[in-house]
Design a protein around this ligand. Structure first.
Ligand SMILES: Nc1ncnc2c1ncn2[C@@H]1O[C@H](COP(=O)(O)OP(=O)(O)OP(=O)(O)O)[C@@H](O)[C@H]1O
Ligand SMILES: [Mg+2]
Length: 368
């Protein structure tokens, strides 16, 4: 993966955005403006161009096509610079009701742009700490980016799980024998997934500890731990467990136990962060975990993702704002950070090389 940095973005007919060409610096870009002016929309357009989906749930073309545009077509034009290859890359998406079309340097392509983004928004910290399913989804998504074998095995595991659950709920003739046969694969994927998750957690933890200390200068121990259904068990033990417990699964009509229920708890000085920490501390823990992941990402791919931060200043005090800003300033990754908070913006404004982009009614203006 090469190190790409966004240089320009021009978005037409996307929500309230006007077709201004927005220039970005390779370091920190602060996108500021009052509520409802288009800050998050800009991040969403860029995210869509790279990932071909929105970070907002249940959102696609019908939602983001501008209500005011004349053409029923969204166009997202971008220019990236490839730092290693010393090249410019233009990438365009044209999205219509019957689908999108992508082009790379003017030529139609089906391939995605080879750049990763990390999107951080204020709500993610709450849902991450509150729900095991969110933590699982976080680990699965981020680990799949780093490890294609994990991605493949997880998708196969989920296929088998769906089939297993269908057999348990519909109970066709001979379903028990079918489940026993299926459990060979189920155990195989379970064993492999647990190993990958354990390795991921232990790789992440040293970075997690450091990023927490570095970003927030906190003298606390922060780490993430894994509570797995099948820690240190091999495929035979897992298969035998399912064989012994099939009556319970049958009674409730689905697979009651397994790695699809694994959890990942953040520990703050060895205490459960969700039960013990304030909202601000939970947010610091969550951000530190993400920054740890960014370091791990760089370690694996020798490139950084582009980091999109949708106003995270809430709950953090001004001392933490300045620590966070100082930390971002020391990093080599490109950051697009939005804020409606003037205090936080003042904190960012102190940095020498910051690009300030003001958004008013979907228009963008660079502030010198
Ligand atoms: N399809 C659409 N067409 C036109 N305008 C839209 C469309 N969808 C959303 N909008 C408008 O886009 C505006 C900007 O939304 P956005 O989420 O980017 O605001 P923001 O600057 O991030 O605000 P906040 O600080 O509150 O997060 C909203 O006022 C919304 O009404
Ligand atoms: Mg917003």
């Amino acid at each position: 993966m090469n190190q790409l940095k966004l240089q320009k973005l021009q978005v037409t007919n996307f929500r309230n955005l006007q077709s201004d060409v927005v220039n970005f610096s390779p370091g920190i870009n602060c996108i500021f403006g009052k509520n409802g002016n288009g800050k998050t929309n800009l991040l969403e357009a860029l995210f869509y161009l790279i990932h071909r989906k929105s970070f907002r749930k249940n959102t696609g073309f019908p939602q983001f096509l501008s209500l005011d545009g004349e053409n029923p077509e969204v166009v997202i034009n971008s220019l990236f610079s490839d730092i290693q290859a010393d090249e410019k890359i233009s990438f365009t998406g044209k999205i219509e009701r019957n689908g999108p079309q992508w082009s790379l340097n003017g030529k139609t392509t089906k391939k995605k742009l080879s750049v990763e983004t990390i999107f951080i928004n204020p709500f993610d910290s709450y849902s991450f700490h509150q729900q095991a399913s969110e933590r699982r989804a976080w680990v699965d998504h981020h680990l799949a980016v780093l490890n294609l074998e994990y991605k493949k095995n997880l998708s196969k595991f989920n296929q088998v799980l769906r089939l297993r659950n269908t057999l348990l709920s519909k109970r066709p003739t001979g379903f028990k024998d079918q489940i026993l046969a299926l459990d060979e694969q189920f155990a195989l994927y379970s064993e492999s997934i647990v190993k990958f998750r354990e390795a991921f957690i232990s790789e992440l933890n040293p970075f997690c500890f450091h990023s927490f200390q570095e970003v927030f200068s906190e003298e606390h121990l922060l780490k993430i731990t894994m509570k797995s259904s099948f820690a240190k068990q091999n495929r035979e033990q897992i298969r035998d467990f399912y064989a012994k417990n099939i009556a319970k699964d049958e009674a409730i009509g689905h697979t009651h136990y397994g790695i699809h229920r694994d959890d990942f708890i953040m520990l703050f000085d060895e205490k459960n962060a969700f039960e013990f920490c304030s909202l601000g501390q939970q947010k610091m823990a969550y951000l530190s975990l993400i920054f740890a992941y960014i370091e791990l990402f760089r370690y694996k791919f020798k490139a950084y993702p582009i980091v999109l931060i949708d106003d995270v200043s809430g709950e953090l005090d001004s001392q933490r704002w300045s620590k966070l800003v100082e930390y971002l300033n020391k990093q080599n990754f490109q950051v697009l950070i939005t804020t409606a908070n003037e205090g936080f913006r003042d904190e960012l404004e102190r940095l020498a090389n910051i690009q300030q982009i003001m958004v008013t009614g979907g228009h963008f203006q660079i502030v010198q």
